[in-house]
Design a protein around this ligand. Structure first.
Ligand code: EPZ
Length: 423
């Protein structure tokens, strides 16, 4: 398994370009199933999660090609002849669950392995099942698989509010079935993440009738046919936020290019409050943290447009570098703190009270051998390594490769001392 080796203490300079959004690309690739003709999806980086989704589409019988030089994917769904997404692929990536909606929307049936949990939490799918049942889909759970079918997919009013406010992929799944249902569907307490707006825009380009995606109440009028289209995915706000925090933690001035500034308000607002200079232009952000003196922070992760849970670990790394007591409360995935133990191995001083982390910042970090545990925790360990004294080696970085394309190359282009050590 590849490892990353980081030598801390170097400030960064220059600009880095952000790739397409993993969490938009995955449901959009699933949505290609609905087309009566091939789709071309652009601006998709060759991430391992993307490759897993393509393997699932191919296991269904679709014909896929991936031009990884130009980040262009072609999916021909007209050859799909299998309606079961297998366990050995679904277990690699929970996002696979969103092939269920389009399989039902197009074929009236679909079987998907019940996705397991992961280190960030239980990851239940009760809202997915509740929403699909509301559209007159019957579901059985047999031998670890969800077997869904309907011979009369009908629109309905579906309330998707859960204990955590809303669900991103449950909203996607219901949208992906409802676009082909008879009549009108209203998704109440829908998730509002930009990646869902991108999915809705893709579906509308295919011919779907969707209103108010991005709001808490989405209306969908079912249609008979959807055609494949040529579509470009939005930039990845979480990758962008990770590099903004790399600039902040190393007390550098760097520019992050190819972003949508509206998607980063929460992060930029909180960093500005701390004293970091943030300058936004149309599609770039320049972070200037060279002053070095910042205020500790108190953050709670929330559904969009609140502070994203996917930047919680990376923000914690930044907080370690800020003198004083900072607090992070995780409201989306209360167990999403695997990074704390590893950061404390670097001499950080972080304690956990239920879903609230207390960070006593300002003590220097020392480089150490570390173990990556999940995608965003891995990114936090890289950020901490950038400022630690000496060498940090991060093992199992296949977790990182799920959502960051060649992070070591991008950071090295900014001046970081970082290299990938192949197995
Ligand atoms: C999506 O996961 C993202 N993944 C996650 O990003 C992200 O952290 C999450 O949304 C929240 O923004 C993809 O888009 C592929 P949820 P999702 O359903 O849809 C609970 C990353 O690092 N819940 O919005 O699976 C759930 O347990 C990944 O890129 C139910 O209770 O997340 C959680 O507490 C990690 N029942 C909360 O809702 C359900 O049926 C929000 O989860 C579904 C979810």
């Amino acid at each position: 398994m590849d490892r990353l080796r980081v030598i801390g203490g170097t400030s960064l300079t220059g600009a880095v370009r952000i790739d397409g959004a993993k969490n938009a690309a995955l449901p959009i690739l699933a949505a290609t199933i609905l087309g009566d003709s091939p789709s071309i999806i652009r601006n998709v980086p060759p991430l391992s999660d993307v490759k897993t989704m393509l393997s699932i589409l191919e296991s269904l019988g679709a014909v896929c090609s991936f031009d990884m030089e130009n980040n262009v994917i072609t999916v021909d769904p007209t050859t799909i002849n299998n309606y079961t997404a297998p366990y050995d692929l679904v277990r690699k990536m929970r996002g696979s669950i969103c092939v269920l909606g389009p399989l039902i929307g197009k074929f009236g049936k679909g079987t998907v392995s019940f996705p397991g949990g992961c280190v960030i939490g239980q990851r239940p799918i009760d809202l997915h099942l509740k929403g699909l049942r509301a559209l007159n889909v019957s579901m059985n759970i047999n031998h670890g698989y969800i077997e869904a079918s309907t011979d009369d997919l009908r629109g309905n009013v579906v309330f998707l509010g859960g204990r955590f406010g809303s669900s991103v992929l449950a909203t996607a799944n219901i949208m992906l079935a409802a676009v082909k249902a008879k009549g009108t569907t209203v998704i109440e307490s829908a998730a509002c993440e930009p990646e869902l707006v991108d999915l809705a825009n893709f579906l509308k380009a295919m011919g779907a009738k969707i209103d108010h995606a991005g709001a808490h109440s989405i209306t969908i009028e079912g249609v008979q046919n959807l055609d494949g289209v040529d579509y470009t995915v939005i930039p990845d706000r979480i990758e962008a936020g990770t590099y903004i925090l790399a600039g902040a933690i190393t007390r550098s001035k760097v520019t992050i290019e190819n972003i949508i500034k509206e998607h980063l308000w929460a992060l930029n607002d909180i960093l500005t409050h701390s004293g970091v200079l943030i300058e936004t232009k149309d599609n770039s952000i320049t972070v200037d943290a060279r002053s070095g003196i910042f205020k500790p922070l108190d953050i709670t992760t929330l559904p969009y447009p609140g502070f994203p849970t996917d930047l919680q670990a990376q923000m914690m790394a930044f907080m370690i570098s800020v003198k004083g007591i900072s607090v992070i409360t995780e409201k989306i995935f209360p167990d999403r703190f695997m990074h704390i133990a590893e950061l404390n191995r670097m001499a950080a001083d972080i304690s956990l009270e239920h879903a609230t982390a207390i960070i006593k910042g300002g003590t220097p970090l020392s480089g150490a051998p570390l173990m990556a545990s999940d995608l965003r925790a891995s990114a936090a360990l890289v950020l901490a390594g950038l400022i630690a004294q000496g060498e940090t080696v991060i093992n199992r970085i296949y977790h990182l490769d799920r959502g960051y394309y060649k992070m070591e190359e991008k950071l090295r282009s900014l001046g970081a001392q970082i290299e990938r050590i192949p197995e």
